[in-house]
Design a protein around this ligand. Structure first.
Ligand code: MN
Length: 254
């Protein structure tokens, strides 16, 4: 559990993502967050708080409520807990460049007795109490022959929260700002076309017909959304140096 890999991959003078403080385990309930991330490809970053960091897996198709569906989950580097509120745009060309949405959040409870042992052995059972996801789940490691990195599978257990409905498609908005990816990109100076590619096409088509469905572009709506205090990072070429001549007054007013 360390943020060394997290920090190695990022340039904090360029990306608005948080650097993260020293990992500090807490006693109270454990948090989880799922961030929908339109980077090189769309995926859902599934993060569980453990020992002061967020253990992380990238789930390309997102979670499924259907217990017969196994969703691939590739382990990624531990993230700082401050990352949980990050919603915004990572500059293109940087690690993970693209639009990030807080898709779900809540608390999790281990159902595996010894979490460290479960992680080592490759099977972690837990409950989620979130805004979108609930009930019992399992993350299980699989090692397919010939594959370098072991993949994990995220699977819903059979319980009252199991369902056939497609939650990724039916609930595509941010739990903190109600925005779609395209609206986050619009508000934070990202690539709207690329971001929209991660939103449900049918909903985008309805929005074109009924513009009142579009979230108004208001800046800095929620304090819970983590923002950089820097200016947007695009178009930051230094101003060309030339001798400044004062324009004649009448020319300026025109
Ligand atoms: Mn990601």
């Amino acid at each position: 559990m360390s943020l060394v890999n997290y920090r190695k991959r990022r340039r904090f003078q360029v990306t608005p993502e948080p650097r993260g403080r020293r990992p500090r385990p807490r006693r109270s309930s454990l948090r989880y967050v799922i961030q929908k991330h339109r980077a090189t490809a769309l995926h859902y970053d599934f993060r569980l708080e453990w020992k002061g960091v967020m253990l992380s897996w990238a789930v390309p198709k997102g979670p499924s409520l259907d217990p017969s569906v196994k969703r691939m989950a590739m382990p990624t580097e531990d993230h700082p807990i401050e990352y949980n509120t990050f919603e915004g745009v990572i500059p293109e060309g940087e690690y993970g460049g693209g639009t990030v949405m807080v898709w779900d959040r809540g608390t999790w409870t281990p159902e595996t007795e010894d979490v460290d042992d479960g992680l080592k052995k490759g099977e972690l059972k837990f409950r989620l109490d979130g805004e979108k996801l609930h009930g019992s789940w399992v993350l299980v490691r699989t090692r397919r022959p010939g594959e370098k990195r072991p993949a994990w599978l995220l699977i819903k257990h059979r319980d009252e929260a199991a369902s056939r409905r497609d939650i990724a498609d039916e609930e595509p908005r941010s739990v903190v700002s109600r925005r779609l990816l395209v609206e986050i990109a619009r508000d934070e100076g990202g690539n709207m076309e690329k971001a929209a590619d991660g939103d449900p096409p049918a909903l985008l088509r309805r929005m074109l017909e009924s513009p009142e469905l579009v979230m108004p572009a208001s800046r800095r709506r929620k304090k819970s959304v983590w923002h950089s205090d820097r200016e947007p990072t695009r178009a930051k070429k230094p101003a060309p140096i030339r001798a400044r001549k004062k324009a004649p007054r009448e020319a300026r007013g025109a």
